[in-house]
Design a protein. Structure first.
Length: 88
């Protein structure tokens, strides 16, 4: 395997993110069962992975969707801080 290729585990993370909604259980249960990791560890790994060109090459639709969702969450956090403090 070249240093720039995704590992089987990294591909599995992307595959899971593309298909998790088809599970018969909650997403966090699927993460723990399939990867043996907490949801926070899963999302840390996934967020690092989607910034890589190799991930984009592997599954561009899923990676672009995840990047867009992450950017929207970041934007929501920033705009939420600008809201009137008296409104909370």
């Amino acid at each position: 395997m070249k240093a720039t290729e995704l590992s089987a585990h990294e591909r599995a993370l992307i595959d899971f993110e593309r298909e998790w909604w088809q599970l018969d259980s909650r997403k966090d249960v699927g993460i723990r069962a399939r990867f043996g990791m907490s949801t926070s560890s899963y999302y840390r790994a996934l967020n690092g992975l989607i910034d890589r060109v190799e991930a984009l090459d592997y599954d561009s639709l899923t990676v672009l969707r995840l990047r867009k969702r992450r950017e929207q969450a970041r934007r929501d956090r920033i705009e939420g801080r600008r809201a009137d403090p008296g409104s909370r």
